[in-house]
Design a protein around this ligand. Structure first.
Ligand code: 3PG
Length: 219
């Protein structure tokens, strides 16, 4: 399975903070019912690894990754728990080399030309653009994709159903990430039907764009 391709095919990556790992599988099921088969569990709670482990075991159909993985140690722990891809808010050379050595897909955050060039030299061409709304959003991505035409971005931070279509229309956007699909509150309050509906809406918008429906650059 080409893991990065699967991220691009899904297009909308839920960035999830789960406090209670007992809610993890239900949350993943709700996303899956809405047409989303990837999930990024952020390592921002003491029990994040338990959530990754639970979803990986219960739902092999769900591509489960770890977000906010800041170094090699956290990366290794996430892999041990079953994570299939790693997302980092920034570029860490040691982590990138570690992932390359172990054949693990890594999506590091890069927002400046220098960071993008450093990532390229490490063989990385799908990059998180975070926090997107702070670093110029779509107009920054468009400007950066002029010199870096081979780079595709996953904007995250400030993406929502209201601006999703704009990101989806950009050929430089590989996928988007966001927490709006399943917020910490919705998970805590077991609003699983709501999560499914929000997921369906997002998938519909993402796949409404022709460059992807017509087998454009992500196919
Ligand atoms: C994050 O890492 O927290 C993501 O960027 C989510 O941002 P959002 O809450 O604006 O979607």
């Amino acid at each position: 399975m080409d893991i990065l391709k699967k991220l691009g095919d899904c297009g909308v990556i839920p960035v999830v903070v789960i406090e209670n790992p007992d809610m993890a599988v239900e949350t993943a099921r709700a996303l899956y019912a809405g047409g989303i088969d990837v999930i990024e569990i952020t390592l921002r709670t003491p029990t994040a690894l338990d959530s990754i482990r639970a979803i990986s075991r219960a739902m092999p159909c769900m591509l489960t990754g770890a977000g906010t993985a800041l170094n090699c140690e956290q990366t290794q722990a996430a892999l041990d728990a079953g994570a299939k891809f790693i997302v980092s808010p920034g570029l860490d050379r040691e982590q990138a080399l570690f992932c390359a050595k172990n054949g693990v897909p890594l999506v590091p955050g890069c927002v400046t030309p220098g960071e993008i060039m450093a990532a390229r030299s490490l063989g990385l061409d799908i990059l998180k653009f975070f926090p997107a709304s702070v670093y110029g959003g779509l107009s920054a991505i468009k400007a950066l994709s002029a010199p870096f035409s081979g780079i595709k971005f996953i904007p995250t931070g400030g993406v929502s159903i209201s601006n999703l279509i704009d990101y989806a229309r950009s050929p430089a956007v590989f996928a988007v990430g966001g927490s709006w699909l399943c917020t910490a509150d919705d998970i805590k309050n077991a609003c699983f039907d709501k999560i499914t509906e929000l997921s369906k809406d997002a998938v519909k918008v993402w796949h409404s764009v022709d460059i992807r429906n017509n087998g454009g650059m992500q196919s």
